[in-house]
Design a protein around this ligand. Structure first.
Ligand code: AMP
Ligand code: ZN
Length: 492
């Protein structure tokens, strides 16, 4: 039986602001859309946090046996510098500054994004559509919005009439913003824009003479507004009403609010059943963001090449660090915090390396099925990874107790125990055992030789020599452990 049938997931829905029992539109299937990166610069570690959380959610759905269609787009046109539809296209600006083609910018940073995802052990989404690959569909949606009376054209640009929409719908339903406040907040922009109301947003922008990212449309040669692509691509690949839509909290307004308005206008109903938003990764107490220069790159973590870092860290340590926090809480990045996570991660890997070789008994003194249930319950409770990790460490305690003969486990329970530990650590959290890769075969061979020599020394009662081998190995971070199955070692 598929695991999802016996695991009732609860998901915090940003729309209702409560944890709700998860019920997919189609039994056994999940449609999930996550707003992808705007590829005008390298993804920073804050972006990685958001995408990593959804990677873990995706992994958990797969683990539970759901058939998942996971769509994560690439924004390669239409995202302007500020949210009030003013300023330059981010990609076009970068191209101008670097004197290259906009599509060269797109290519460079898409490749970089994929490179980061690979290094950080992400599963690829099912579909990764681009905004520029869906211009035709975007033009069609604009026509539909105009036909419904909620889009208007001025000077070759088309805007969504938020005030008219709000008469029969609730603009602000997701973000909690009041439409009057939006007017107040954007009044300073009056005169700079040709919109009817300052809170209206662009569906299509007429391109200026210099703008190379342009496509023909019934209104002008131009380009689509940023919010449109996600409404178009989510409905194209997942249907007009699908299960989950995710992104960082900073996308709630205006991006997701505008998506709801566009989609509701066309379909007459809410497009998304569960809205999920991740909280921000902070650096120096501020949101990690490219625009302010307050960021660290995923590659810098791996090389240690950033002054905020005391040393290099592996991708799995960063994953572990991210998963130690709840996705809905802010998370402060620091080198010290990464060092603490590294200790925990190494402890977990060390315990896992001896899991398969634990000796078994006729009875278990540990309640493995209760422990397993607790692991699932943590993830079923809105993907509570920090609680899951606390249960995994309870598992580490069991392993050590069994090794020290302070607890016993049957062969049957050991299979359940090892399968569950490995499933959550490697399949669901997506950690890799970097430790094994670091300790090369050569080191294995040398330590095995020293273990053999020490054993011979002990058999000959040469205690001084055997202690010397043990202590000097320990001094360089290699700890020998004597157990029933012989001597093993771990590296710190
Ligand atoms: P962007 O490329 O700017 O559209 O961002 C891609 C994703 O990263 C979006 O879901 C953002 O909400 C998210 N994001 C941006 N900054 C941070 C941050 N500091 N912490 C967590 N997520 C972030
Ligand atoms: Zn989006």
């Amino acid at each position: 039986m598929e695991l999802y049938k016996e695991n009732q997931l609860k998901i915090y829905n940003s729309l209702s602001k409560t944890k709700e029992a998860f019920k997919p539109v189609h039994d056994g299937h999940i449609g999930m859309y996550v707003c992808g990166p705007t590829v005008y610069s390298n993804a920073h570690l804050g972006n990685v946090r958001t995408f990593m959380f959804f990677d873990v959610a995706f992994r958990y759905f797969l683990h539970l046996g759901y058939k998942v269609r996971y769509v994560r787009n690439i924004t390669d046109a239409g995202h302007l510098e500020n949210d009030a539809d003013e300023g330059e296209d981010r990609i076009a600006k970068r191209a101008r500054l670097e004197e290259i083609e906009p599509m060269e910018v797109v290519q460079r940073y898409t490749v970089d994004f994929h490179d980061v995802l690979k290094k950080y052990n992400f599963l690829p989404p099912s579909i990764e559509p681009t905004a520029t690959g869906h211009i035709v569909e975007q033009i069609e949606m604009i026509k539909e919005i105009i036909d419904k009376g909620l889009g208007y054209e001025i000077n070759g640009s088309v805007y969504f009439d938020v005030v008219a929409y709000n008469k029969n719908n609730h603009y602000g339903i997701l973000s909690g913003r009041k439409i009057e406040d939006a007017i107040h907040n954007t009044r300073t922009l009056d005169g700079q824009s040709d919109k009817k109301n300052p809170q209206d947003f662009a569906l299509w922008k007429k391109a200026g003479e210099q703008h190379i990212m342009r496509w023909p449309s019934p209104w002008s040669d131009g380009f689509p507004g940023w919010h449109l692509e996600c409404s178009v691509m989510s409905s194209k690949y997942l249907g007009s009403q699908f299960d989950i839509h995710g992104g960082g909290m900073d996308l709630k307004f205006p991006h997701h609010e505008c998506e709801i308005a566009q989609s509701r206008t066309c379909s007459g109903h809410d497009p998304v059943n569960y809205w999920m938003h991740t909280n921000m990764l902070l650096l120096n107490g501020q949101k990690m963001a490219k625009s302010t220069g307050n960021f660290i790159l995923p590659d810098e973590i791996l090389t240690g090449d950033n002054k905020v870092l005391s040393k290099a860290f592996s991708a799995s340590v960063v994953r572990f660090f991210n998963m130690q926090a709840n996705y809905r809480s802010i998370l402060d990045f620091s080198s010290d915090a990464l060092e603490a996570s590294e200790k925990g991660y190494l402890k977990l890997m060390d315990a896992l390396s001896s899991l398969a070789n634990l000796s078994t008994q006729n009875s278990s003194s540990i309640n493995i099925s209760e422990w397993k249930q607790k692991c699932y319950a943590a993830m079923n409770d809105d993907f509570n990874t920090p609680v899951l990790i606390s249960h995994l460490f309870e598992g580490v305690k069991f392993i050590n107790q069994i090794k020290e003969d302070k607890a016993s486990i049957t062969a049957e329970d050991l299979v359940i125990f090892a399968t569950t530990m490995n499933a959550f650590v490697f399949d669901v959290l997506g950690l890799l055992n970097d430790v094994k890769e670091q300790s090369s075969d050569k080191i294995d061979g040398v330590v095995a030789l020293l273990i053999k020599l020490r054993k011979e020394a002990r058999e000959n009662k040469e205690w001084e020599l055997s202690d010397q081998i043990r202590d000097e190995l320990l001094a360089i971070g290699i700890q020998l452990k004597d157990g029933r199955e012989g001597t093993t070692y771990s590296m710190s």
